[in-house]
Design a protein around this ligand. Structure first.
Ligand code: NAP
Length: 334
């Protein structure tokens, strides 16, 4: 072997070790006893998040509107190993109930380590026909309650070096037809928590913010919406199963939020999320590198190969397909 090859190999080994050494590690023990509030946890992704925290032995409060369903989720959390599991029924469209749910969690858990804001109100998958009332209502549920709960939780999270986890969507990054009110609420979330993140950094706050940008995942609610033939041809195989999404993504999330305080923020900024999950980019910060690799629509026509660059683009493909469909069927120019 030549000297040059040896040097090259050694350099590659050193680079590999350096990356491995610096990679945030997930320590399941860090979640044992962690105090967590998960919203929208009676179904879908929130329910699964609660089960994952439960398996790690966390103390959990879950919230949503349907009390009977929440009871069942709590029972399952306890059977899975949660140190504590409680529920509080609350309607996030109300002006007072978000605060009540938050206070319930802080009082009953004796503080808070993770606030996972995940709930969404139901919204039709159809063209917007001027229903401003629904849009206003959805804004209350999907956006204002998030801002309200985050603010109320900050003092507790500050004390515990805690984390705010915001479950958002690709539709909060690119406008798409058939989900105008939902898309608006997710854009609002991304803007609000992206900006708040900067302010927390400026204040040297202990609290980290994770904005999770999800593609289509096969929850019952989402599948109901895309069940029509038209939707199926738009989304096709781009759906990720809940099981697959969660087998990897929650770990990804806590590899970020669970890293020691000193290292947390820079890593939080610059990591592209846990791409292995395919659908979930847990910590896509407005300035992180994965977002810069999102390919704008007009590039797709000129450089289709760009879509292969990053796993997120597989998800974007479905969104592009939707835009294509829209253009073809309406002669509309977007
Ligand atoms: P989901 O199955 O529809 O669950 C929504 C949850 O929110 C339920 O627990 C529901 O319970 C609760 N909820 C609804 N209205 C509420 C209200 N007024 N007050 C309090 N709670 C309310 O949703 P999902 O598909 O799991 O989505 C979860 C998160 O992932 C959302 O933030 C969504 O934007 C994001 N996401 C999902 C997908 C996907 O394809 N599934 C894609 C991108 C992003 P109750 O009815 O009992 O209140």
């Amino acid at each position: 072997m030549g000297t040059f090859t040896k040097i090259l190999l050694s350099a590659a080994c050193v680079a590999f070790l350096a990356v491995k050494w610096n990679a945030p590690r997930f320590d399941p023990e860090s979640l044992r006893g962690a105090r967590v509030l998960v919203t929208g946890a009676s179904a879908g992704i929130g329910e699964q998040i609660a089960y994952h925290y439960a398996k790690f032995g966390a103390q959990i409060v879950i919230t949503a509107r349907r009390e009977k369903v929440l009871q069942k989720v709590v029972e399952k959390c306890l059977s899975l190993g949660a140190q504590k599991a409680l529920y509080v029924a609350a309607d996030m469209a109300s002006e007072t109930e978000p605060d009540r749910a938050l206070d319930f969690a802080v009082e009953n858990l004796g503080g808070l380590d993770y606030l996972v804001l995940n709930h969404i109100g139901p919204s039709p998958f159809s063209m917007w026909e001027g229903d401003v009332e629904h849009t206003r209502w959805l804004m209350k549920v999907n956006f204002f309650s998030y801002a309200q709960m985050a603010w109320r939780a900050l003092a507790s999270l500050e004390q515990s070096n805690g984390a705010l986890v915001i479950v958002s969507s690709l539709l909060g990054k690119m406008p798409s037809p058939f989900a105008v009110p939902y898309t608006s609420t997710k854009f609002a979330l991304n803007g609000f928590f992206g900006a708040l993140h900067h302010e927390l950094v400026m204040k040297k706050s202990n609290v980290s913010i994770s904005i999770c940008t999800l593609g289509l995942i096969d929850t019952d609610a989402a599948m109901d919406k895309v069940r029509s033939v038209k939707s199926r041809c738009l989304f096709g195989k781009h759906v990720t199963t809940l099981r697959r999404c969660f087998s990897v993504s929650l770990q990804g999330l806590h590899q970020r939020t669970g890293v020691p305080r000193r290292r947390r923020r820079p890593e939080h900024h610059h990591h592209g999320g846990h791409e292995a999950a395919g659908a979930l980019l847990p910590l896509v910060h407005p300035h992180c590198d994965s977002e810069q690799r999102l390919v704008p629509f007009h590039h797709r026509l000129r450089h289709p190969e760009l879509l292969q660059l990053h796993p997120v683009n597989r998800k974007l493909n479905s969104a592009f397909a939707m835009v294509d469909w829209w253009r073809e069927n309406t002669q509309n120019t977007i």
